[in-house]
Design a binder for this molecule. Structure first.
Ligand code: GLU
Length: 292
């Protein structure tokens, strides 16, 4: 058995708030219970919304909260060549295709179909078009210089990896449950955006494997995405961690938290004199040790 490794993986596109604190503290508690290590990974692939000063601020906020990470912090923005190489591999196997559709075109073509996040389900408009190679070399191809995303060809992916795609859901102190993933409901998901050679889904799967993550603790809002992540892991020959998807704090501790407390950043709370121990206590953790 590999030694347990967990990660907290926030995106620096705003200040951390109590929802992040809750998830980070749950991760820390699970790492302690499993006698494992908790790593910090900054998911900053979005060059517009993610800012370096917000990444520095989140590291400081987590330190204030009492969290310590035993290994250097990973930044996804430094790993683009790894993502590009994985994408190239999928392209060589015919498992991804370029898509130059705009949001508006997808919305118009999708009709009522939605993916599990509620976004229009891509209807496959660009599937089967030739892949761009040289500028204007292939008639009807997406032109080389037109911004294009890369989408997973879900039907081909499921041919290559027919499943079943089970994964183990764990809960600290509770029984393991085997869950059946249904990746097909994501359709031809974007694996590389128009502006960067990856998407959240591809980067998270590659990095969880590269960091040797054995247990993923993250919010329920990402539970459906796990279905796609499990398929990507199979396609890329990567191990599947165990997953725990926690409730969001509005449900778990809702009536104990005032609206203002909930929406305020940790920095704002700190500035008006709220202590880290108080934040931990309000979230249901041991105020002294951050233990659940
Ligand atoms: N970066 C994601 C977020 O901030 C979390 C990704 C994950 O835990 O898999 O919502």
């Amino acid at each position: 058995m590999p030694s347990p490794r967990l990660r907290f993986a926030p995106s620096p596109n705003g200040r951390l708030h109590l929802g992040h604190a809750y998830s980070a503290l749950l991760n820390a508690g699970a790492a302690r219970a499993l006698h494992g290590d908790l790593l910090l990974r900054i998911e900053d692939i979005d060059p517009v919304r993610c800012r370096p000063e917000l990444a520095d601020a989140l590291v400081a906020d987590l330190a204030w909260l009492g969290l310590r990470f035993p290994e250097p912090v990973w930044r996804q923005s430094a790993r683009m060549s790894t993502y590009r190489a994985a994408l190239d591999g999928l392209r060589a196997r015919g498992l991804v295709y370029p898509c130059a559709c705009t949001r508006r075109e997808i919305l118009a073509a999708a009709g009522d179909a939605r993916d599990p996040d509620g976004a229009p389900l891509y209807p496959g408009t660009c599937r089967g078009r030739p892949v761009p190679q040289e500028p204007h070399a292939v008639p009807h191809a997406v032109p080389h210089d037109t911004p294009h995303a890369w989408r997973l060809d879900m039907a081909r992916a499921l041919d290559a990896c027919p499943g079943p795609h089970n994964y183990t859901a764990f809960s600290p102190g509770g029984p393991d449950i085997v869950r059946a993933a249904e990746p097909a409901r994501w359709g031809d998901a974007v694996l590389a955006r128009k502006d960067v050679p990856t998407s959240y889904h591809l980067a998270v799967v590659l990095d969880d494997a590269a960091q040797g993550i054995t247990h993923v603790v993250r919010g329920q809002d990402l539970e459906a995405a796990t279905d796609l992540h499990v398929l990507l892991q199979r396609l890329l020959g990567l191990p599947t961690p165990r997953y725990h998807h926690h409730g969001l704090i509005r449900d778990e501790a809702g009536d104990k938290l005032s609206k203002s407390l909930r929406s305020e950043s940790l920095a704002a709370l700190r500035e008006r004199g709220v202590s880290a121990a108080e934040v931990r206590a309000r979230l249901g953790f041991d105020p002294d040790e951050g233990r659940a």
